[in-house]
Design a protein around this ligand. Structure first.
Ligand code: GLP
Length: 271
């Protein structure tokens, strides 16, 4: 596992965006061989989307041959609902870049057969040969996508009941009204994320410090879903200084020293 520290959430966003751009450029995607990118919603990726939009508008990166799969969606919200993840993605990212609509996959939380929708999502991912890079955020309780504590670490896309904790945290997007937060969601599984060639998780803010500490310093445990990343061959965590607050000083310095000679994502702006 690589852990990269940046001072601020904005810097985390820029660093992450340039890493995504680098991967896409190196892959040299075509219509027949698109780059397959897994994407999250939430506040964590906002800076990354902003920078990717900027790079797209400057002609540094194109999404014309990129296929995306979002992590999750609430059950029962219309795609146009202001808090649906469909709406989030089109407002904050897809609506501002050159992605083809048919290439932006998001689970349908209104499907008449939700189980079938989950199964066909997995099949669609498979039909592209899997996901090259899955970008994600992390919940305060260490969840990845909507894989709440205790989720099977081998799970695949399915329906999940949201915990009261998650609904309380997400109530801020529903006018602070806990009752308005859906009780169910469709989510890719932990196994779906782990099957990606590379996973990059963005962690910002003091409220994520405990989850980061459990993920990086303690053992793999289904109660802290993200800790499973320790078993991934190419897991990358990008965190800000606030999120590092619960790590041992030694852990922080260790990962910083390991990173000293690593790839500089700013290179995306050169040449
Ligand atoms: C939600 C999403 C997760 C996201 C998490 C953190 O529960 N399902 O995918 O990572 O919230 O959100 P935020 O980035 O807003 O803190």
């Amino acid at each position: 596992m690589r852990v990269v520290f940046q001072e601020t959430p904005e810097q985390v966003g820029v660093w992450a965006a340039r890493t995504v751009a680098r991967r896409i450029l190196d892959y040299k995607p075509t219509a027949r061989k698109p780059f397959v990118l897994g994407l999250p919603t939430g506040s964590s990726p906002l800076g990354m989307y902003k920078e990717l939009i900027r790079l797209n508008k400057r002609g540094k990166i194109s999404f014309a041959n990129v296929v995306t799969f979002n992590m999750d969606e609430y059950v029962g919200l219309d795609p146009d609902h202001p808090q649906s993840y469909h709406r989030f993605m089109w407002d904050h990212f897809f609506g501002h870049i050159d992605i083809k609509k048919k290439n932006a996959n998001i689970l349908d939380g209104l499907a008449s057969d939700l189980g079938k929708e989950c199964l066909s999502y997995e099949k669609r991912i498979e039909s592209y040969g899997g996901i090259s890079l899955f970008v994600g955020g992390i919940g305060e309780d260490g969840h990845l996508a909507f894989n709440e504590p205790g989720s099977s670490l081998q799970s695949r896309t399915r329906i999940k009941t949201l915990t009261d904790d998650t609904r309380k945290v997400n109530a801020r997007f529903f006018g602070g009204n806990f009752e308005k937060v859906p009780k169910l969601a469709l989510t890719v599984g932990v196994g779906t994320i782990m099957a990606a060639d590379e996973v990059m998780i963005l962690v910002t803010g003091f409220n994520k410090a405990r989850a980061l500490q459990k993920t990086v310093e303690e053992g793999v445990n289904h109660m802290w879903t993200a800790s499973v990343l320790q078993l991934h061959r190419h897991a990358l965590i990008v965190a800000d200084t606030a999120a590092a607050n619960e790590l041992k000083v030694g852990t922080y310095h260790y990962f910083r020293s390991v990173e000293a000679g690593h790839f500089d994502p700013d290179s995306i702006l050169k040449g």
